[in-house]
Design a binder for this molecule. Sequence first.
Ligand code: SF4
Ligand code: SF4
Length: 221
Amino acid sequence: MLRDIDINEISDGKRYTKDDLVCMGCNDCDGCHKCCTGMGDSITLDPYDIYELTKGLNQSVESLLSNALELGVVDGIIQPHIKMQGKSNQCSFLSESGRCNIHSFRPGFCRLFPLGRIYDDGSFTYFHQINECPYPNKYKVKIKPWLGIPNLKEYEQYIIDWHFFLKDMQNFINECNDENLVKTLNMLILNTFYLTAYTSDKDFYIQFYNRLNNIKQKLSI
Ligand code: SF4
Ligand code: SF4
């Protein structure tokens, strides 16, 4: 999601890479679930999140969209996000005891928090949103184990490729005056990367890049 903010106001002013230490350790959240509540539509899901969720829960994306997820528009592009619900306006996957029911395959946004990403020059660095997590006695942890994502190098390259593909699409949509074309493009992206089921026992990245190459061919980009 594009945000119009001064990064120095919300961060410690530093940029980090996956092997750096950041002072954000929170003792496995220690009973807190603040960032699983009242998040609105901000927990946007990327294709890897959908692959992980459909595989981990053994449910189709359509089934997930009928309860735990919903569609929204992020910078002009239709994408799924986690639904907040109930009196306490909490994540659909938060248990009654305040723990994440899908911890081992939780979305990238949840793994990242309270880190964010800044994209620059065809790549990105991490930054620490210092006011987001109220845990009082934070300690230093390395980003790589904090994220806990296998093949992190491959994942980071995929995040870059996905981000810049979306950015190209957003730029096109922002300049396009043809509503039907914008709708058609949105449906193509939604169907290609989200609604068409991934094969859970096949490598995600092979499936993703096949789809990315196909759509780029279709769009001649
Ligand atoms: S706000 Fe911090 S301590 Fe609370 S659940 Fe989120 S990461 Fe954990
Ligand atoms: S998926 Fe898990 S970690 Fe993420 S907001 Fe929901 S309960 Fe919290």
